[in-house]
Design a protein around this ligand. Structure first.
Ligand code: ADP
Ligand code: MG
Length: 672
């Protein structure tokens, strides 16, 4: 067996199954084995209904009294039933899953796994998964792995496929130099077949370590590779930059000065800059980018500035374009809806345009540059690897452009060095003068009318604007929540004097831009939206942010959303609405206390603790599948071990599979 063979070489996987798996990125035996369970169900530990406590639970019983009803308030179909075991009975509830009424036989026993919670005045088991008890118990004595569904291949199917391949685990060679206490084959085996939660955790820790080792090794090797590349040297033009800074309507923060100086120093070196600018929301990253761009243009180069959405690209184009045009810089915007693209592309190709701001539309093969020297990427994690690579291929022969990536997702300082071994990092940890801190408060759903509506009235009467964030666009079958559309209708009714509008990710880009544009112009006072407003849009006149069902978001995301307000000079407020029956989490309380994104990132790490399967803190330059940034100890250990590994040059030749395997990370983290 070779780990790089096609999955089709495995017993029990025919061409059809292989094709389905391949569609989901599972191409090789390795991919197949490393597709670990998303979670494990502990059916052994189902509890008697009489002893059940709030939280995630498993119960085993028969179900009766099933019926569907419609709610008018939220326009949901609710399926209700009663689960009974020897000790008692329990109400279960599903949303918009009508088929549930016909799913069950009254005389059979099922295992129900779901959240037991207090809602609307009573206890209930919400949207449980349900499986015939004997069926599960026959296939798994203890711990049952749950796999993410891959099209028609559902969790139980994947489990069967893995079981069919049990024999090959024995042949798996270790990937890394000796790691204490475990082997790769044991870890992989236990990740799929562990019979206790402890074993599963040990296995995952091993594999997380392996993943981190690869990632960090790739990062360190990237740095070495990068140092071999050449870029044009861009001399520091202090006089012009001073003139530019003096012309700004505000004073730069110390952090902005320091970051721009670090960038200038990088660009004068002749080796491509590979720098990440991390700054909390509102810290003024764009101005630093503008200075970098100006500097490169003064040195005779073109600059490409990529933003993740057309709205943001347009905003950057207007801001930076306006600021730099005074100094003779020619700026152009290239997005999907740009007219006369061919004409513009000619001007880019012949070098007439100095700064091109755009979205993915910038990346098509027919956009050619005359002398691309600097690439700036805003919110880099929104771009795929291939797209970044494409841009980097557009500079003159033999030269790599300098690269500046910007992000508002703070990586905890404690991890930065290890994780970003290949990137230089500048940090904006200071807010511009005159900013008022955002006041944050947790408000239970039941108090919306009494506490929130008056705030909206006050804010809009003062000529300020409001964001209201909802979790779903329409009604969702899994979570009971008020959607964007519902909330929009409601607010429109309640505030007839205001212009209310809504925004979500399923709208066409042009439609989104139109609405966001009207909000930015102040024509819309209240904007109801999903988290699409999360990235970057700057509307300083918005001073009130309401986040409904706040307990459903990660800390980083809440902080990011909150950063949409507090960008002007008036006091701003953020209300975190918790839904009925939930207690404010530690996360929300921390958010109430602090406005500092870096501090919150550290807190987030400590709250989560290692081992949690959680993706919200993932970062663009990272593609962690098993490990998370919360695995601090593992990260540090892997960092030390990589250093030891690199001290012996023979290792590079000796660990062939490892070196081949990290190539995929090198693709991701190599920015040049
Ligand atoms: P972010 O870091 O979130 O991208 P922006 O670059 O959008 O932040 O800046 C937020 C706002 O602050 C913008 O309106 C910008 O013009 C303004 N700004 C930037 N730097 C300063 C400064 N030093 N003093 C005052 N305002 C500033
Ligand atoms: Mg920004």
């Amino acid at each position: 067996m070779n780990l790089l063979d096609s999955v089709e070489s495995l017993k029990g996987i025919g061409p059809k199954t292989a094709a389905t798996l391949q569609k989901f990125g599972i191409k090789t035996v390795r991919d197949f084995l490393y597709n670990l369970p998303r979670d494990y169900e502990n059916y052994q530990y189902y509890v008697p209904i009489a002893e059940i406590k709030p939280g995630k639970v498993v119960v085993r019983g028969k179900i009766s009294n099933l019926k569907n009803r419609n709610t008018t308030r939220r326009n949901l179909t609710i399926t209700e039933g009663v689960v009974t075991d020897a000790s008692g009975a329990l109400r279960v509830i599903w949303f918009n899953q009508k088929y549930r009424v016909n799913q069950f036989s009254a005389d059979k026993e099922y295992l129900f796994t779901g959240n037991y919670e207090f809602k609307n005045g009573r206890y209930q088991l919400t949207t449980p998964s349900a499986t015939l008890a004997p069926e599960i118990e026959a296939t798994s004595s203890d711990l049952a792995p749950i796999y993410v569904a891959h099209g028609s291949i559902k969790s139980l199917d994947y489990k069967r496929l893995i079981e069919n391949s049990k024999a090959i685990f024995n042949e798996i060679p270790d990937l890394l130099p000796s790691v204490p206490k475990n082997t790769r084959k044991n870890a992989l085996f236990d990740a799929h077949f562990a019979d206790t939660p402890e074993k599963a955790k040990t296995a995952r820790d091993y594999l997380a370590y392996e993943e981190l080792f690869e990632l960090i090794l790739a990062a360190k090797l990237n740095k070495k590779e990068n140092e071999k590349l050449k870029s044009d040297k861009i001399p520091i033009n202090l006089d012009k930059i001073k003139e530019f800074v003096a012309g700004l309507p505000f004073e730069l923060t110390g952090a902005q000065k320091k970051a721009s100086y670090e960038i200038f120093r990088d660009m004068e070196k002749g080796v491509p800059m590979n720098r990440l600018l991390q700054g909390d929301v509102g810290s003024g990253k764009t101005m630093v980018a503008a200075m970098a761009a100006y500097e490169a243009i003064l040195g005779g180069h073109q600059v490409a500035f990529l933003a993740p959405t057309a709205i943001l690209a347009t905003q950057h184009y207007e801001n930076i374009g306006r600021t730099l045009s005074k100094y003779g810089v020619k700026t152009a915007l290239l997005i999907g809806s740009t007219k006369n693209k061919d004409k513009l592309k000619k001007l880019i190709k012949d070098g007439t345009v100095n700064l091109i701001v755009g979205t993915h539309a910038l990346l098509t093969d027919d956009t050619e540059f005359s002398n691309l020297g600097l690439v700036i990427i805003d919110e880099q994690h929104r771009f795929g690897v291939e797209q970044r690579q494409k841009l980097l291929l557009k500079s003159p022969e033999g030269l790599a452009p300098h690269l500046l990536a910007m992000t508002a997702t703070p990586i905890p300082r404690s991890l930065q060095l290890t994780i970003f071994g290949d990137l230089d990092v500048s940090i904006l940890n200071e807010l511009p003068k005159g900013r008022q801190p955002i006041e944050t408060k947790i408000v239970p759903e039941l108090e919306i009318q009494e506490k929130i509506y008056p705030e909206i009235a006050k804010t809009t009467e003062n000529g300020q604007q409001v964001y209201w964030i909802c979790r779903t666009i329409d009604e969702d079958s899994r979570i009971e929540t008020i959607s964007v559309k519902k909330r929009y209708e409601k607010l429109k009714q309640l505030f007839p004097k205001c212009k209310v509008d809504f925004l979500h990710g399923r709208m066409k880009p042009a439609e989104k831009d139109g609405i966001m544009g009207r909000f930015a112009e102040g024509e819309v006072q209240i904007l109801v939206s999903t988290t699409v407003v999360e990235v970057g849009v700057d509307v300083p006149n918005a001073s009130l942010m309401i986040i409904e069902d706040a307990e459903g978001y990660g800390l980083a995301q809440l902080h990011q959303l909150r950063g949409r307000v507090g960008r002007g000079t008036v006091a701003s407020f953020c209300y975190l609405i918790t839904s009925e029956g939930t207690k404010p989490t530690k996360r929300l309380k921390e958010l109430e206390k602090s406005n500092d994104g870096f501090h919150l990132a550290e807190v987030d790490l400590s709250i989560r603790g290692p081992g949690e399967i959680y993706g919200a803190l993932q970062h663009g330059a990272l593609d962690l599948r098993i490990a998370t940034l919360a695995d601090t100890k593992l990260i540090h250990k892997a960092g030390e071990d990589v250093n030891a590994f690199l001290e012996n040059p023979d290792n590079m030749l000796k660990y062939k599979e490892l070196m081949a395997s990290i190539a995929r990370y090198q693709q991701i983290t190599t920015l040049n």
